[in-house]
Design a protein around this ligand. Structure first.
Ligand code: PXP
Length: 248
């Protein structure tokens, strides 16, 4: 879908990546077998999701290794594995071979990913992980804050793609604050595209704030989890995905 042109880029409707971690969170509340994340992924796929995203955390608090292998075997859409750069997780990713690996910082006690990667200050560790993933034909994306220094470091380290952290925009408590963070995301997108990176965005996006981010020329994919899974409790997962896709 083309239209607005900005900085030499043509607007294209962003793809929707549906993060299904919280289907597994619900399963783990009883340590049982339902709801089954693979079922959720198939339903999301049939309802318009362009990719399925799961985060295999080092503490395995929701998604388990077997979920990732099962998803790899069954999905037709892209599988985007969110992960830290820990050796153990990188080894699993190299066995699963997802279409894409999104490297994120991970802290044991956090409720969700709190900030973007500090690429410049973790260069060696990230470099090793990226090299290994790329050697296994896995496309690597780096989850970073909308910050020129981090974007330049992402390019330098050899990532082809970044995901801009939209959390501060989503958590803004005033219109002024929201506008400020929106501008950061927009300028970061332009800069990243100019130096040849593909740009995705995500975190904290919901049915109220997604349209503004979806309109930014140059963003190719939005990765959304919590709000879709929350809405699915009331309207069903298929409809929750369709509604998000319509907003985008
Ligand atoms: N992108 C990344 C890198 C994330 O870590 C998360 C949370 O798992 C998301 C997107 C989705 O965020 P939310 O669940 O707030 O939509």
């Amino acid at each position: 879908m083309s239209g607005e042109k900005s900085q030499g880029l043509t607007f294209k409707m962003p793809r929707l990546g549906v993060n299904i971690d919280h289907v597994a969170t619900l399963r783990e509340a009883r340590k049982g077998i339902e709801p089954e994340p693979v079922m959720a992924a198939l339903l999301a796929q049939a309802s318009g999701a362009d990719s399925i995203v799961v985060h295999l955390r080092e503490d395995r608090r929701h998604i388990k290794d077997s979920d990732v292998f099962n998803l790899r075997n069954i999905l037709h859409t892209r599988l985007n594995l969110e992960m830290s750069a820990a050796d153990e997780i990188v080894d699993i990713a190299c066995k699963v071979v997802p279409d894409q690996a999104t490297l994120v910082p991970e802290k044991r006690q956090e409720l969700t990913t709190e900030g973007g990667l500090d690429v410049a200050n973790n260069f060696n560790k990230l470099n090793k992980a990226i090299k290994k993933l790329k050697d296994h034909n896995i496309e690597v994306s780096l989850f970073i804050d909308p910050d020129k220094k981090q974007i330049s470091a992402a390019k330098k380290i050899g990532a082809s793609m970044i995901e801009i952290h939209t959390g501060r925009f989503a958590d803004a408590t005033s219109k002024n604050e929201e506008d400020k963070y929106f501008k950061e995301i927009k300028l970061s997108t332009v800069f990243a595209r100019k130096i040849g990176l593909s740009v995705n965005a995500g975190h904290g996006l919901n049915y109220h704030n997604v349209s503004r981010i979806a309109k930014i020329t140059g963003i190719e994919e939005l990765n959304i989890g919590h709000s879709i899974i929350c809405r699915s409790v009331f309207v069903g997962l298929g409809r929750a995905v369709e509604e998000m896709k319509a907003l985008i």
